[in-house]
Design a protein around this ligand. Structure first.
Ligand code: IPE
Ligand code: IPE
Ligand code: MG
Length: 248
């Protein structure tokens, strides 16, 4: 049974949920926030140490201004309303993405929530905001290039762990499982580097309808998977019987 340290979710389908009901898309986003609250609680109750939620992509800036504005408003209110719960549950908030593009008031509440929850150790909740995987890699490479320019790093010292440490997700283990709702089977520029060996779970359920039972189904299926990391099943069986081996 593979251990699950990090669950990542592409929360998709809010707009279609609303459109199916002839409601404005923002109503779907509001229901989506309620799902976030339920799923964060459910992951915390299950002792999942890292949860990362794709909330707003770099490409989502291209949506109609009213929708972007409404999403930013929802985000600010969500953060304000969740701070107490995060402190009670010992949840630490992290943010990945180009947060400098977010409205100033949202940046302020984000910074406050991140700093006030910084000492919490029960669960790390990471929100991907104004996030794009390619953009993150480019920014990470630029950070490394600056170190090389300063003479603090040699090009031949750059390996996978150096690039991992230069990304927004520095210190967070790679996701073990990725869930995407709403039936789309694509990554949409999410955690391109970090998802290298993640197990993938796609469900047709739209994000506002995603509930604890759906989460449990995804977790149960994950537990039935054999993660081979390029090895043979026989090698894995041998590793499992050899004590003290470094296993994934
Ligand atoms: C996901 O729902 C939320 C965000 C991308 C912000 P969508 O808004 O993408 O919903 P659909 O895909 O249009 O149904
Ligand atoms: C991905 O959903 C981004 C988030 C869930 C925040 P999109 O709805 O933006 O993705 P595409 O456009 O269908 O690929
Ligand atoms: Mg979508």
């Amino acid at each position: 049974m593979p251990p699950l340290r990090h669950l990542a979710i592409i929360m998709d389908g809010n707009g279609r949920w609303a459109e199916q009901r002839h409601l404005p898309r923002i109503v779907g986003h509001r229901r989506g926030v309620e799902t976030v609250q339920r799923i964060v609680a459910a992951c915390h109750a299950r002792g999942i140490p890292y949860l990362t939620l794709y909330a707003f992509s770099s490409e989502n800036w291209g949506r109609p201004v009213e929708e972007v504005g409404a999403l930013m408003g929802l985000l600010g209110r969500y953060l304000q309303s969740e701070l107490d719960t995060m402190l009670q549950r010992g949840v630490r908030l992290r943010v990945i993405g180009e947060t400098g593009r977010l409205p100033a008031d949202v940046q302020r509440v984000l910074e406050e929530t991140v700093s006030r929850t910084a000492a919490n150790g029960e669960m790390v909740l990471t929100l991907a905001l104004s996030y794009g995987g390619r953009d993150e890699i480019v920014r990470g490479v630029r950070r490394l290039a600056e170190q090389v320019k300063r003479g603090a790093l040699l090009p031949e010292q750059i390996g996978e762990s150096e690039l991992s440490a230069a990304l927004d997700t520095a210190g967070i283990p790679d996701p073990d499982l990725l869930i995407r709702t709403s039936g789309e089977m694509r990554i949409s520029n999410f955690l391109l580097w970090q998802l290298a060996y993640a197990e993938l779970h796609f469900t047709d359920v739209l994000w506002p309808d995603f509930d604890e039972a759906e989460l449990q189904t995804a977790l149960d299926r994950f537990r039935q998977r054999q993660r081979r990391f390029g090895l043979t099943a026989a090698q894995l069986a041998e590793q499992a019987t050899t004590p003290g081996e470094d296993r994934h």
